[in-house]
Design a binder for this molecule. Sequence first.
Ligand code: A3P
Length: 320
Amino acid sequence: VEESRTSSQEEIDSLIKSLPKISSWARGHYYKYEGYWYWENILRPILSCKKHFRAQNSDILLASFPKCGTTWLKAIVYTIVNRDKYPVGSEGHPLLTNNPHALIPAFEFYVYVNNAIPDLSNMPAPRLFATHSPALSLGDEVTKSGCKIIYICRNIKDCFISSWHFVNKMRSLGSDTTSFYEAFDSFCRGEDIYGPFWDHILGHWKMSLAVPERVLFLTYDHISEQPNHYVKKIAEFLGCPFSVVEEDEEVVDGVVKMCSFNHLSQLEVNKSGVTKLGHENKLFFRRGETGDSKNLLTSEMINKMDQIAQEKFSPYGLKL
Ligand code: A3P
């Protein structure tokens, strides 16, 4: 194992050295790998995942562009999939004492970090994983296996504003306006972490049209409008639809309430807990609304982002 770990690291080192590199408004540099920008500390585990992860047909992979509702989706999927073991709303439910990110680990933040090559083969099925990396970048194991992918994205303006707040809190610099405009321009050029935003989204959108039984494409905005409808849709997609009895017992409603922003953000674990990486759990809960971006973007910025969304998405029949 030690030998293969070293040779993997050497391959990764030389690959990273060969990649295009630009400086990031947030910190350090971004490296472009297969069309997307990454920080080195995120790219390393992704490359390791690509090399070592062995998919199983029963796997469920949650993919998302950052700040598009990953936390919410993790809570919903975990609750749906585990509802026999942990009845929705029950006292000892793991969601009451764990941040959703601890329940569904992300490949690049939890699983393949610190050069680890974990043996995941004995995890009980269905194994639940997450990533912000485009699922296509994870290679054949993910794209050609029977595993199911649920993708979530969000309208470009709210995504940008949410990520602006998040990155600033993470780097503790406060919101200085120079960076705000710099961050906006980078985002609109597609030069942001995991960007370009539109390619990330379109890659999954096209996959969801080509293999709808394997890829479910969701948006934060749609779930906000009709949470019960989408909770049912997710359960159907995963092959564990709600029974008539469950519907009578309002289990769908229970999932929606349990995973709601108001409920999760008020739990002690999410108010004062920290992630395995040492980040405060409360950073993942800010406002939890659609349309907050209009309070921060100028009308010129709004027009620019609307135009990007229109140009990039409408040729593919996608409204975002
Ligand atoms: P805002 O910054 O607009 O409030 P991610 O989970 O991908 O990091 O996305 C974070 C965004 O989702 C934040 O948006 C956060 O407040 C919101 N969010 C987190 N949990 C949520 C929930 N249970 N319901 C709705 N929105 C939620």
